[in-house]
Design a protein around this ligand. Structure first.
Ligand SMILES: Nc1ncnc2c1ncn2[C@@H]1O[C@H](COP(=O)(O)OP(=O)(O)O)[C@@H](O)[C@H]1O
Ligand SMILES: Cc1cn([C@H]2C[C@H](O)[C@@H](COP(=O)(O)O)O2)c(=O)[nH]c1=O
Ligand SMILES: [Zn+2]
Length: 198
């Protein structure tokens, strides 16, 4: 059922890589524009995969007119008074202060649409995502297809030279299908993870 709030609100699209988060974010942005809402789209500078001047999904959907910021605090001063919808992609890359920024925007009566990875390659919560999930009025968790067994994929497998990345690898490593695969819980592997069989 469609959520019908009275003022502003936060909606969060989460899931593994390749689950369709960016497609869904861009779909909501397009529909808001069809409804003649004024929209601003942001992304963190860290995500430079397809160039800094656009947001692009894994199947090539793309939108220019994206505002690139290094830190969450840069967003509020860049929001125009007339903007009704704020969309932010790759929100997992911001620190926890992104939650305060989103709260201010929603309290001002704006619709805030976020998309981000809920889990890192270790299968653990990614950055500010748990906090954003708690604060959002609406959360949609999307699933990709596990490339090993064809089940629904809730996790992202990082591969280094074709082998599963170890638990002590750094959390942030920007990349696409050359480095990452969508996998289900059963097929996801993290050698060195406490409690996991290597
Ligand atoms: N294993 C997979 N499962 C589902 N979709 C996949 C997979 N691998 C590639 N894709 C493609 O990725 C698209 C989703 O891309 P995108 O919206 O960028 O996802 P996300 O932002 O969640 O990483 C799908 O529509 C499909 O074309
Ligand atoms: C799992 C995982 C991913 N990343 C990076 C890889 C990509 O650059 C983005 C996710 O992009 P998508 O739009 O969801 O496809 O995040 C990372 O840095 N660390 C990880 O553990
Ligand atoms: Zn699987």
């Amino acid at each position: 059922m469609h959520y019908q709030p009275s003022g502003g609100w936060i909606e969060l699209i989460c899931g593994s890589m390749f689950s369709g988060k960016t497609e869904e974010l861009l779909r909501r942005v397009r529909r808001a524009e069809i409804a003649r809402k004024r929209v601003q789209l942001f992304k963190p500078q860290l995500d430079h995969r397809y160039g800094l001047d656009r947001v692009t999904s894994h199947n090539g959907l793309s939108r220019e007119e994206v505002i690139v910021v290094e830190k969450a605090e840069e967003i509020l001063p860049l929001v125009l008074p007339e903007t009704e919808v704020i969309a932010i992609d790759e929100v997992q890359f911001f620190d926890w202060s992104i939650a305060d920024v989103c709260t201010v925007l929603a309290d001002q009566g704006r619709r805030v649409i976020l998309a981000g990875l809920d889990q890192d390659f270790r299968g653990e919560p990614f950055g500010p995502m748990p906090l954003l999930m708690a604060l959002a009025e609406r959360v949609d968790k999307l699933h990709a297809i596990c490339v090993v067994c064809g089940a629904s994929a809730s996790r992202t497998q990082r591969l280094i030279d074709g082998r599963p990345a170890r638990y002590d690898d750094p959390i942030i490593l920007v990349g696409g299908s050359e480095r990452y695969e969508a996998r289900c819980r059963n097929c996801h592997q993290v050698p060195g993870k406490p409690g996991a069989a290597d």
